[in-house]
Design a protein around this ligand. Structure first.
Ligand SMILES: NC(=O)c1ccc[n+]([C@@H]2O[C@H](COP(=O)([O-])OP(=O)(O)OC[C@H]3O[C@@H](n4cnc5c(N)ncnc54)[C@H](OP(=O)(O)O)[C@@H]3O)[C@@H](O)[C@H]2O)c1
Length: 335
């Protein structure tokens, strides 16, 4: 099969190679997926470049965690009804798995694979893994949000946009921080009621003004350390902060007394360390959302043929995309 791989860390144009690799076989409890769309997330780029915390764990890596496609082989113990199903998947290249979705086929545990409704394209399906599931857990990890105020920082990012949309779907009033008018428009289109320019405004003051002094019940933070300047003053009593990244300051000083006084729960997490039960709730929650919101935007930040995976990785690195960049190992992924 055609595949992209790297044997060492480094820049995309230096280490990513294209060629033929053996087609995988589905083992017990596994399915093989003909990959139509391979989603690239910042962590895939960090793992390839060597800037991730995980180091280089395998002799050869086929990059990219997420994807969508059609099951073309099932292993022992997998119900025959799975054969031929449209699916989306996550954790293709992660925790114990060297070979991800940057290839024509992938074989992996059926636990990582979820049905893809006909009205969701393969390219859209490749956005539901890391961006969708991270957003889902960040929003709902502490229970329902109906009637609550949810503040999403970075409401136009791949994860942030889904967090806005999911919180609105869950019945919350949604506020979002953004860096400018274009990103504000995106967050509003996803379901945010108001946006706050975190570079120009006092975020805590605006949140307090928008909530009659109560603060946000839940915060979903894309930059825990960067948000720390205002965060302790913007969360409601007994509120919570769920955070999935801290690139602005990886070692922030925490004003513990402020969090204690307000009895605030802080929940940092990484998707691939969640329990299988939580992951199941999360992936089937995303499936439910696609069914309840068939016309919702599932943003695709660019489509590239597998042969152009270097350019695709560079587009993610550049950061100025809206949504998830995908590569197409088996042709057009828009159906
Ligand atoms: N823990 C996990 O399991 C997990 C899962 C997914 C992603 N991540 C990590 O989360 C980060 C974002 O991923 P992504 O795919 O959403 O990336 P993305 O699509 O590039 O979006 C990041 C967004 O965050 C905004 N942003 C950055 N710093 C901000 C701040 N201090 N306040 C408000 N907005 C800010 C950026 O816009 P501006 O710079 O214009 O504000 C951008 O819109 C990456 O570091 C990724 O590795 C972690």
């Amino acid at each position: 099969m055609r595949a992209a791989w790297y044997d060492e860390n480094g820049p995309a144009n230096k280490v990513l190679k294209l060629g033929d690799m053996p087609k995988p076989e589905a083992g017990p409890g596994e399915v093989r997926v003909r990959v139509m769309a391979s989603g690239i997330n910042p962590a895939d780029v960090k793992l390839r470049s060597g800037t991730s915390n995980y180091g280089f764990a395998y002799p050869r890596v086929i990059p990219n965690s997420d994807g969508a496609g059609v099951i073309d082989q099932i292993g022992p113990d997998v119900p025959p009804s799975w054969m031929g199903q449209r699916v989306w998947l996550f954790n293709g290249q992660r925790v114990g798995r060297a070979f991800g979705t940057g290839s024509e086929y992938i074989a992996l545990s059926a636990n990582l694979v979820t049905p893809l409704p006909d009205h969701v394209s393969f390219a859209e399906g490749a956005t539901l893994g890391i961006p969708g599931m991270t957003a889902y857990h960040a929003v709902f990890g502490d229970g329902p949000v109906t009637g609550k105020t949810v503040l999403v920082t970075g409401g136009a990012g791949a994860v942030g946009f889904y967090a806005v949309a999911l919180a609105a779907w869950g019945g919350a009033r949604v506020l979002a921080t953004v860096s400018g008018p274009e990103k504000a428009a995106r967050a509003i289109s996803g379901g945010a009621e108001a946006t706050i320019n975190y570079r120009e405004e006092n975020v805590a003051d605006r949140v307090m003004a928008l909530t009659d002094g109560a603060g946000a019940d839940r915060v979903v933070s894309v930059d825990f350390g960067g948000d720390m300047k205002w965060l302790p003053d913007a969360v409601a009593l007994n509120g919570s902060v769920s955070t999935y990244a801290s690139d602005g300051d990886r070692m922030p000083a925490l004003p513990v007394h402020k969090f204690m006084r307000r009895n605030i729960l802080i929940r940092p997490f990484i998707l691939n360390s969640l329990t299988q039960d939580t992951l199941n709730r999360t992936r089937f929650g995303m499936l439910q959302w696609t069914q309840d919101k068939p016309d919702a935007l599932r943003p695709i930040g660019g489509r590239f043929p597998l042969e152009e995976i270097v350019a695709a990785h560079e587009a993610v690195e550049a950061g100025e995309k809206f949504g998830t960049v995908v590569v197409e190992p088996n042709g057009d992924s828009t159906s």
